[in-house]
Design a protein around this ligand. Structure first.
Ligand code: ATP
Ligand code: MG
Length: 392
């Protein structure tokens, strides 16, 4: 038995002159993943007519390869198919041997056939009728229903082989990773920011991360948690570079010199420009945060305006219109949720004001931070930068 994973990348990304580079990026990512998993010569790869083919040489690795390929952005759907020689006898033989396992738990099925090789001696309706008839004999309890079948068996006659499968699944969707510039993700230990990173990565944006720590107010475990979250993202991105910056001096300066109600806002007015400078240094063209409108005091419309005006770089907030439950749903899907809810402190949760301002006025915030030498504090914070590359 030879099984091939078939993947479709859909028509969306085929628009315009970018088609070739998208396709090349996608193929390279798939090959790199498969090389890691199966070894340099452990698989066959082909790309033809908007379909990508991966055939692991060791068939026992097919499921693992399939799970890996499900996390590649840009793939719309995928399935595990059985490969047959391009003659009807072999197609029937392969179909009747392997497809019953897939359809026997269903009430009805139909066979759909497609020939991209028009020289194949049978027409699509002929293939459907022959394969459908043979399968009916092997699975007499599963009815043929061409209108509303529970499951569709597909026979695809391609250039070199015929492929037979039943039940394609959704792929990771989105656009090929690295196809849309680089962004710097403000990664906290919370639920929202890893989701924000995932959502932008899905659109093809390369993700670098920045994490602010506040030792000794935040702990080594809080840092490890952030590394674990970045590790989850690497299932999609392969690697994530994290820049760590200490905010201890800034937080103490805020505590000692500013009005308490503004603590969080002022802190955020430091985080953003520091992130902007790190972004520029490493070629990121936007900041990404996990903010959602109205979720906490610092995420009201006016609070966001008061922090946004400290930077001159686009700030993307893909969770902005999502409810917490919706964000949690994605967090569970990408396996970050259980790590995110570990109860370690974040720099945003030390020195939190009892009565944070939800409708801050810029002039008042500026007045509250007048006692701080912003530029010097930012420079010294930037000097604390350390870097870690997390790999899959
Ligand atoms: P999250 O669940 O992602 O922590 P949150 O709801 O707790 O978000 P805040 O703590 O107000 O919200 O943070 C808002 C956003 O600011 C986060 O989504 C993240 O992008 C960024 N952020 C917060 N704390 C940090 C940190 N220590 N380092 C880097 N970015 C941070
Ligand atoms: Mg947080």
């Amino acid at each position: 038995m030879v099984r091939t994973i078939l993947m479709k990348y859909g028509e969306l990304i085929l628009k315009g002159a970018n088609k070739r580079s998208f396709e090349a990026l996608l193929c390279n990512r798939i090959k790199a993943r498969m090389r890691r998993l199966l070894g340099e010569d452990g698989f066959e790869f082909e790309c033809m007519q908007s379909t990508l083919y991966v055939t692991p040489k060791d068939d026992s690795m097919v499921e693992e390869a399939y799970d890996d390929l499900k996390k590649i952005f840009g793939i719309v759907s995928l399935c595990i198919s059985y490969r047959a020689e391009k003659n009807i006898d072999d197609i029937v033989k392969v179909a009747t041997k392997h497809i019953p396992n897939h359809i026997k738990s269903h009430r009805s099925f139909k066979v759909d056939a497609r020939r991209s090789d028009k020289t194949f001696p049978l027409t699509s309706p002929e293939i459907m009728s022959i394969v459908g008839g043979e399968l009916s004999e092997v699975c007499p309890d599963v009815k043929v229903d061409v209108r509303q079948p529970d499951i569709v068996v597909r026979v695809e006659i391609r250039e070199k082989y015929a492929y037979i499968h039943a039940g394609a699944e959704h792929g990771a969707g989105g656009m090929p990773y690295l196809s849309n510039g680089r962004g710097l993700l403000l990664l906290s230990g919370g639920i929202d920011s890893p989701v924000a990173g995932y959502m932008m990565a899905k659109r093809g944006v390369e993700i670098d991360a920045i994490h602010f720590e506040s030792f000794p107010y935040t702990s080594e475990r809080a840092k490890e948690k952030v590394i674990a979250l970045a590790k989850c993202l690497t299932k999609y991105t392969d690697k994530v570079r994290i820049h760590f910056i200490s905010l201890t001096e800034i937080q103490e300066a805020i505590r000692d010199n500013c009005e308490e109600d503004y603590f969080t806002l002022i802190l955020r007015r430091f985080m953003m420009p520091i992130a902007e400078r790190v972004a520029r240094r490493y070629g990121a063209e936007a900041l990404i945060t996990g903010e959602s409108i109205g979720q906490v005091a610092s995420q009201t419309m006016s609070a966001l305006a008061v922090t946004d005006c400290t930077v001159n770089i686009p700030v993307f907030r893909p969770c902005i219109g999502m409810d917490k439950e919706e964000i949690v749903e994605v967090a569970r899907k990408i396996d970050t949720f259980e790590t995110s809810i570990l109860p370690y402190e974040d720099c945003c949760t030390v020195f939190t004001p009892r009565h944070p301002r939800t409708k801050p006025i810029l002039e008042k915030v500026e007045k509250a931070e007048r006692g701080l030498d912003r530029e010097a504090l930012i420079e010294r914070a930037l000097a604390t930068e350390t870097e870690l590359i997390v790999e899959r």
